[in-house]
Design a protein around this ligand. Structure first.
Ligand SMILES: *Cc1c(COP(=O)(O)O)cnc(C)c1O
Length: 393
């Protein structure tokens, strides 16, 4: 079945038409290497610097504080490994959370093997860290705090400004993986005391394989990729001008339209959330009821396997995702859902639907028709559910 309703925008987004059109000339006309001196190269250089300004403006950063990378994972690796290497004579302790993206968690595991100590902060039932726990975790040898801005599974937004203030007070660098937040939530790196921030193009309607990292002036960091002198020697490699142009355009559009899109997405999101909770018994919303990404819905349905739900939704042309083990390709269900205290069963029965500005109310209405029917059908085959029905009679 061809996908007709795409509700998996936290996994990746379609490239916006305006972005696509902006990018096209950089493949066959303005293809020069930005490091060369002739006219066609100067065009690339100019496009590169314009995009840098667009990204900087969206974060309230300075233009020189933006470095382009090949995506969110690279930016996360660069932040953690780059700070770890630059700061290891000062200390080898890093604080992060249990609910980070694997680009952070697996980088932390790697650093642990190289002698760094990592503290993983827990989260409450809504996915929020505790500022008190953070303060208690800080040690003399703590060199970095890395807390994601908004979670990719449950959408919970962390108290970033408060975390930034604590980091600053203790003279510790603060990195945030803002891949899900950029373009969807207002970000001001100065006001929020952020020292490093990761972002990715394909989560905000730019192409895949392009990202950026904000590094505050004065922060010492080692490069991840060595080679040419691009990006002020912090990230070698001939610049992906088309991707960079797309990222600049997408972030500019997202910021211009943020107020309007946020209002619209919250309307769609809450219609979907309220509709599902009303229509489906034994269902629950995961993540924070208010401090969550405007487009994020995440549910747990008792007596259901996430994977079977996804397949039946797909057969209706609806794309969504689940924190169940099979869909994540591992034996354990989502570490995020376990961290907010869900049982393995509830985590297996989870469903994430993430919306973008190009989704419609009509699509939400269709899902509100199809999904409860799918769940009812699956529960008909569940002995545990039939038991409950009998008991309740
Ligand atoms: C998608 C994502 C990443 C990885 O970004 P890529 O550009 O796909 O490498 C990192 N962190 C979060 C929170 C994400 O959602």
């Amino acid at each position: 079945m061809e996908t007709k309703i795409y509700f998996d925008n936290a996994a990746t987004t379609a490239v916006r038409k305006e972005v696509y059109e902006e990018i096209l000339p950089y493949f066959m006309q303005s293809y020069g290497n930005a490091s060369s001196v002739y006219t066609i190269a100067r065009k690339s250089k100019k496009a590169l610097e314009k995009a840098r300004e667009q990204v900087a403006k969206a974060l309230n950063a300075d233009t020189e504080e933006i470095y382009f990378t090949a995506g969110g994972s690279e930016s996360d690796n660069m932040a953690l490994k780059g700070i770890a290497e630059a700061m290891e004579t000062k200390g080898k302790h890093i604080i992060t959370t249990k609910i980070e993206h694997h680009a952070i968690l697996h980088t932390c595991e790697y650093l642990q093997k190289r002698g760094f100590e990592i503290t993983y902060l827990s989260v409450d039932e809504y996915g929020k860290i505790s500022l008190e726990e953070l303060k208690k975790a800080i040690r003399k040898d703590t060199i970095l705090i890395s807390v994601m801005f908004a979670n990719n599974e449950i959408g919970t937004i962390q108290p970033i400004k408060e975390i930034g203030a604590i980091a600053k007070e203790h003279g510790i660098y603060f990195h945030t993986d803002a891949v899900q937040a950029v373009g969807h939530v207002k970000i001001d790196v100065k006001e929020m005391n952020i020292d490093l921030l990761s972002l990715s193009g394909h989560k905000l309607c730019a192409p895949k394989g392009i990202g950026a990292i904000y590094i505050k002036k004065g922060v010492t960091i080692h490069p991840l990729i060595h080679g040419g002198a691009q990006e002020k020697r912090k990230r070698a490699g001939t610049e992906n001008i088309a991707g960079i142009v797309g990222l600049g355009k997408a972030i500019e559009l997202a910021n211009e339209e943020m107020e309007k899109n946020t209002e619209y997405l919250i309307f769609l999101r809450d219609k979907l959330i309220n509709g599902i909770l009303e229509k489906v018994p034994y269902s629950k919303l995961n993540g924070h009821p208010k401090d969550r990404l405007p487009g994020n819905c995440n549910f747990s349905f008792d007596f259901i396997e996430g994977e079977s739900m996804l397949l039946l939704l797909d057969s209706k042309g609806i794309a969504a995702s689940s924190g169940s083990a099979c869909s994540a390709g591992s034996s354990d269900p989502s570490h995020v859902l376990l961290a907010i205290g869900l049982s393995h069963e509830k985590a297996h029965g989870s469903l994430r639907m993430t919306l973008e500005h190009d989704n419609t109310e009509k699509e939400v209405e269709i899902v509100l028709q199809e999904l409860p029917a799918i769940i009812a059908k699956l529960r008909e085959m569940s002995p545990a559910y039939q038991e409950i029905l009998k008991k309740n009679k």
